[in-house]
Structure formats: C-alpha cells, structure tokens
Design a protein around this ligand. Structure first.
Ligand code: ATP
Length: 429
C-alpha cells in the first residue's frame, strides 16, 4: 500500500501540463500576430462598438482556443471594471449533431454562466423557441456578447443535400443584432481546422457572417520547445534531464506541430517516471510514453466509436487497402458507396453522405487520417479525399475484432471487387 519512503513525484504542479489548464499570457509562445489581430478585432467592444465576426483557422493544437480564450477573458475583466456585462458564450460543436441541439447547448451555456433557469425543454419544442429563450437570456444579462463556436465544421446536421447546420447557425447568430433580436453588440468567432470551411457556407450566411480571418500555422520544433520550456515549472527542479524537452518537441513536431500533443507527451513521460519510481524524467520515459501513445491512440479510438462510425471507417480503410491504384487515397464518394454496399450487406441503418463524411473527418481530428478537399474540375463539384496515416489493413482488422463486420471480412474478394469497380466508375466520370 502507500509507502512513506516512496520516491517523491517528479511533478510539483502537474496542472500546468494538463491540456485544458488556462495559462497566463506570458506562457504563450509564437502567437504574437494572432494575439494582435484578435485584440484589435475585439477592441471595439471596450469602446461600445460592435466588433467584427472572426474565423480562426489552422490545424489542431495550434492555439486557437487558447488565444480567443485569453483575449476574451481580459475583455470580461476590463468590462467588469467599468460595470459592463460582456458575455462569452463558448461551445464545442464536435459532439453536437443538429442545429436544434446547438441552440439548446447555447441556452444551457448562458443559463449556467448567469445562474438562471434554462427555461426551455431540451426536446419537444421548436428550435425557434430555443432561439427566443437564448436571446431573452442574453438581453437580460449581458450588454454585449461573443459566441465562440469551436470545431464549427463538425456541426453538419441531419439532412443531406441541404444547407449544413453550421451555415444556418452562423446566419442566425450573426444577424441577431441587425434584427434587434439581441439588443446589445454581438460577434461570432468560428474556430475550425478546415482551411476551406467558408466554401460550403450558404451565400446569405456568408454575407451576414463575413468574418475577419486569423490563421494559426503549425508550430515548429523550436516553438514547441519554447512552449514546453515555459511549463518546465510543472516539474520539480532538476527532475528533467536535458534531453527531455528537445525530444518531446521533436516527436510533436513530427505529428503536425500540435502543441496539445507536445504537452500530453511531456506529462506522459513524467507520469511514467513516477510510475517506475525513477525520480527523474529521462529520454527513456519520453520514448516509451510516445510508443504507448501511438499504440493506444488508434486502439482506444476504434473501441470507443459507435457502430456507424466503425462501418464508415471500415469502408474507407477498405478502399485504401484494396485499391489497385498506386495512390491509396480515398475519394469520399467512393468511400461512401462502399459504405452503402456494406450497410446493405449487413442490413444496417444507412447514414447520408454528409454524415459519412463528417464521421470520417472526425477521425482526421485524431490524426488517424488526413483529409483534404478536392475539386473535380469545372462544374464537377467538390469532394473530400482521405489518406490514412497508419496502415489501413491493421485498422480494418481492429474494427472487425469487435463489431458485427465479420460477415463482410469473410467476403474479402467481393469487397475488393466492389472497391475497384467503384474507383473505376469515379475516375471515369
Ligand atoms: N502558443 C502556445 N503557447 C503555449 N501553449 C500553447 C500554445 N498553443 C497551444 N498551446 C497549448 O496547447 C493546447 C492546445 O491548444 P488549443 O486548444 O488552443 O488548440 P486549438 O488550435 O484550439 O486546437 P483544436 O483545433 O484541436 O481545438 C492547450 O493546452 C494550449 O494551452
């Protein structure tokens, strides 16, 4: 059991290397331009004017939430000192499926912030009523507000061939002050990893949202090193050997310069040193921890997926794996047709193409797949192209292990034929 002469932990302030800890401004590295832009866009709030809407875009873990969070926090404080009420209404759209749920989530967030009743049921009433409740709460409690919509591109909605839910939400929120539904000043900040996000927005939403862009590029190893150096005091003095920070930064730089990954690995290495009772973090703990992260990530992720997401992933991996073409990237229309074939074979529910793309794109946010938008040339429309970062065959095996996909896995040759005929059809169109 607990032992008195156990080695002391390598941490003195482990919170500092937790991903969701809000850090002080002096610990922020390499985001001067973005900070400057966001500050200048939001400054009008302090002078009683309406700030512009914003689109913060860039890969995962590049500081979008951090920067908007740090600036809005300062504005809250400055407004408070002047007796003004500035509301920051922040939601993450990733787990939300429909417009109605998104509006309810906004109501819930405001109600919690101002300590009021939610005042509207989650189901059984129209979205319009939820909007009305949202506006009422805002009008009663704030003089100005900013909506922060994180991972906005994942709020697709249910129906296919229709305006996506994020487009409708952006339209409503960004015009709410023009229509006087919200009496105070309103601005909307949308955060996304998708650089081409605006291309799918409906024309009227585009013109009412009309954002100022702030781009967040990847960090390089030097910046990641500095980010970690600035959190070195999470650890006991002298408990890090000199090679730890450069190695963590180098690993994270390899995986797309994501600061969240760097911080997770830093913490993981410390945890391992504690677990082994070594009293010091060394290169060995970093390497071992990185290996565990790599192994766990895809396994855990696949285990946690719903059946529909597993089928979507399986179909996409099948295209990458069985394609006779030299490039094993997967055009989304082909992945979707294979998904449809599989769901027919299994007699399972079938999602729309938009939902299929949303599911697969979600996996891209975990780094299992990378996705990019492609054009089919004049008048041909857009589609997504998916590429696996790891081995698609291993991924398929892992999915079959715990789903009802076995009947499909037993028809390997047939699946191979379906994949290649779908690919041929797509490329000949
Ligand atoms: N420039 C930086 N300086 C210090 N810490 C940083 C910096 N950028 C990011 N971080 C840290 O990395 C983690 C991820 O950052 P953040 O959540 O802001 O990324 P994001 O771009 O919003 O990512 P996502 O698109 O995945 O939501 C947080 O713990 C944050 O504190």
């Amino acid at each position: 059991m607990l032992d008195d002469d156990e080695e002391a932990s390598v941490f003195v302030n482990r919170d500092l290397v937790e991903p969701d800890t809000i850090i002080d401004e002096e610990r922020i590295v390499g985001r001067d331009d973005q900070l400057k832009s966001v500050v200048s866009f939001l400054k009008p709030t302090l002078q009683g004017n309406r700030p512009p809407n914003m689109l913060l875009y860039g890969p995962a873990g590049t500081g979008k939430s951090l920067i908007i969070g740090a600036v809005t926090q300062q504005i809250i404080e400055l407004c408070q000192s002047k007796g003004e009420r500035f509301g920051v209404i922040n939601i993450n759209c990733h787990p939300i499926n429909t417009l109605d749920q998104a509006v309810y989530e906004l109501v819930q967030t405001v109600a919690k912030d101002v300590n009021a009743e939610i005042g509207v049921p989650e189901t059984g009433v129209s979205t319009k009523r939820k909007y009305r409740r949202l506006y009422k709460l805002i009008n009663e409690h704030y003089d100005s507000v900013i909506f922060i919509l994180d991972e906005i591109d994942l709020l697709v909605g249910r129906r296919a061939n229709n305006e996506p839910a994020y487009s409708k939400l952006l339209y409503q929120l960004s015009r709410a002050s023009n229509t006087n539904e919200i009496e105070g000043r309103v601005s909307v900040a949308a955060l996304t990893n998708d650089p081409k996000f605006m291309e799918d927005i409906d024309g009227r939403a585009e013109s009412s949202f009309n954002p100022r862009d702030v781009y967040f590029p990847d960090y390089d190893a030097t910046q990641l090193r500095e980010i970690l150096e600035n959190r070195r005091d999470a650890f006991r003095q002298d408990s890090l050997t000199s090679d730890v920070i450069p190695l963590v930064a180098a690993f994270a730089a390899q995986s797309h310069g994501d600061a969240r990954k760097a911080i997770d690995l830093f913490r993981g290495a410390g945890d391992l040193a504690d677990e082994w009772g070594d009293g010091k973090v060394t290169e060995r703990h970093v390497r071992e921890s990185q290996e565990e992260i790599d192994k766990d990530r895809s396994l855990k992720l696949v285990e946690g997926l719903t059946t529909q997401k597993k089928i979507s992933l399986y179909a996409t991996a099948a295209v990458a794996c069985y394609s006779n073409r030299s490039r094993s990237s997967v055009p989304s229309p082909v992945g979707f047709n294979v998904y449809r074939w599989i769901t027919d074979e299994l007699d399972a529910d079938q999602m729309t193409r938009e939902t299929y793309v949303k599911y697969v794109k979600e996996l891209a946010t975990y780094g299992l797949i990378s996705s990019s938008r492609k054009s089919r040339g004049r008048g041909g429309g857009m589609y997504m192209e998916f590429t696996f970062t790891g081995d698609p065959e291993a991924m398929m095996k892992r999915i079959v292990d715990d789903t009802r996909l076995e009947p499909i896995a037993n028809q390997e040759e047939l699946l191979q034929t379906v994949v290649n005929s779908q690919l041929r059809e797509f490329h000949n169109q």
